[in-house]
Design a protein around this ligand. Structure first.
Ligand SMILES: [Mg+2]
Length: 144
C-alpha cells in the first residue's frame, strides 16, 4: 500500500501532516479522555502512537522503543512530566541522542513554559488546543 502523501496539496496542514507521517509517537497522559482525543486526532497521520499513563510507564517504554517525538502531560500520578523528562534527558546524555518532547499541560500557568524548558522539553502547548497547532509544533520539531 502506497502511504506517501502528496506535498503539493494547497494546504499547510496537509504538508505538515505529510512530514510527521511514518513517525512513532509516545503519548504520556493520565487522563483517558485526553488520550482518546489525541489518538483520534493523530492516528491517521502518524505510524504508531504508544500510550503511557504516567512518567514511570513512559520511562519503561522509552528504554525499549525508539520514538520520533514524545507528547508529555505535566500533572500525572506516580511520576510527573517534569521528572520523566529529566530522566529521559539523563539517559540521552549518556548516548548523545535527543528525542523532541512537547509538554502538554492543563492550565497555562505563568512560568510553566520556563519550567518546561528548564526540565529539558523542546516546546509547550496548553489544553485545550487546536489539533492543527499541535501538528504544526510536531512538524517543526521533527524537521529540525
Ligand atoms: Mg494529567
Amino acid at each position: 500500500m502506497n502511504k506517501i502523501k502528496s506535498a503539493s496539496i494547497n494546504s499547510n496542514n496537509k504538508v505538515e501532516e505529510s512530514i510527521i507521517f511514518e513517525k512513532n509517537i509516545l503519548l504520556v497522559e493520565d487522563n483517558i479522555i485526553n488520550q482518546r482525543i489525541i489518538i483520534l486526532s493523530l492516528k491517521n497521520i502518524v505510524r504508531k502512537i504508544d500510550v503511557a499513563n504516567n512518567g514511570e510507564e513512559a520511562l519503561n517504554l522509552f528504554k525499549k522503543e525508539k520514538y520520533d517525538l514524545i507528547l508529555m502531560d505535566l500533572q500525572m500520578p506516580v511520576m510527573d512530566g517534569f521528572v520523566a523528562t529529566k530522566r529521559i534527558r539523563e539517559i540521552e546524555n549518556t548516548n548523545k541522542t535527543h528525542t523532541p518532547i512537547i509538554a502538554v499541560t492543563a492550565n497555562a500557568l505563568l512560568g510553566d513554559r520556563d519550567k518546561c524548558i528548564d526540565a529539558g522539553m523542546d516546546d509547550y502547548i496548553s489544553k485545550p488546543f487546536k489539533i492543527d497547532v499541535l501538528i504544526d509544533k510536531m512538524a517543526k520539531l521533527i524537521l529540525k
